[in-house]
Write a protein that binds this ligand. Structure first.
Ligand SMILES: Nc1ncnc2c1ncn2[C@@H]1O[C@H](COP(=O)(O)OP(=O)(O)O)[C@@H](O)[C@H]1O
Ligand SMILES: [Mg+2]
Length: 243
């Protein structure tokens, strides 16, 4: 599997997605390149989470195409899509609160089908990326702060060494200083060559770390471009972003 010659890691081409009869995504096209953060912004209910769920095969995609590393993923089961090299951090973080940090990560490694060697490499990578988590390895996830829990959720998604990270509103409910830590972490992950698709309502933070951004509204992409251009466009900000 290789990236497209022009550097596209993930490509959505006119994706149509439904919940039952509700037609939610109405032709979403976007691309994520390796080694940079791409932001997907928009108001509550715009279709951001549904876009990530479409990539992971968690909603019904009935039109258009999704390609990862040039290969079609549309119609594949979620675990296969994940094992192609996509880490997904859902909105609710979905951890096992009664298990320790290390146990949560071990379950994630099992879920990725990692053998002992790759699991060890995965742990080394995430401990290096999140030294503070290593100190809390034996602590129950429920006893961590919100920011630390988000770090565990990100670490879980990274344990299998994905080439693409999809992350849904990681700064929601966190204090500004903690949100900045998360943003810095995402920039650091992208700097290792991973493509990051960052969904946020916190447009200010997202536009600080992203190289490019898309704005979605009512299931359609209504603006796209370099992050600074989206940031400086007062019309886009007032129409589609809550800033
Ligand atoms: N499970 C579901 N069943 C039916 N409709 C849903 C479901 N989840 C989301 N929707 C609808 O799909 C639209 C997009 O939702 P979502 O992708 O969650 O938006 P965002 O993440 O941008 O806030 C909204 O109108 C929402 O009400
Ligand atoms: Mg959402």
């Amino acid at each position: 599997m290789s990236d497209d010659a022009d550097g596209r890691l993930l490509e959505l081409d006119a994706v149509q997605a439904y919940y039952g009869l509700a037609h939610v995504l109405q032709g979403v096209s976007l691309e994520v390149r390796p080694g940079e953060v791409t932001a997907l912004l928009g108001r509550n209910g715009a279709g951001k989470t549904t876009t990530l769920r479409s990539v992971m095969g968690l909603v019904s995609v009935r039109g258009g195409e999704i390609r990862f590393g040039g290969e079609a993923v549309t119609g594949r089961p979620t675990h296969r899509i994940a094992r192609m090299g996509i880490g997904y951090v859902p909105e609710d973080r979905r951890m096992f609160p009664g298990l320790t940090v290390e146990e949560n990560l071990r379950l994630a490694a099992l879920g990725c089908g990692l053998d002992r060697e790759r699991s060890r490499a995965g742990f080394e990578r995430v401990w290096e990326l999140f030294p503070a988590l290593r100190e809390h390895a034996r602590r129950e996830a429920a006893r961590l702060s919100g920011g630390q829990q988000q770090m565990v959720a990100i670490a879980r998604a990274l344990i299998g060494n994905p080439r693409l990270l999809l992350i849904d509103e990681p700064t929601q409910g966190l204090a500004p200083a903690i949100a900045r830590d998360i943003a810095r972490t995402l920039a650091g992950i992208a700097a290792t060559g991973v493509g990051v698709l960052l969904v946020e309502q916190n447009a200010v933070m997202a536009l600080e770390v992203a190289r490019r951004a898309y704005v979605i509204d009512e299931g359609r992409i209504v603006a796209e471009g370099p992050a600074e251009r989206i940031r400086d466009d007062a019309g886009i900000r007032s129409r589609y972003l809550a800033v």
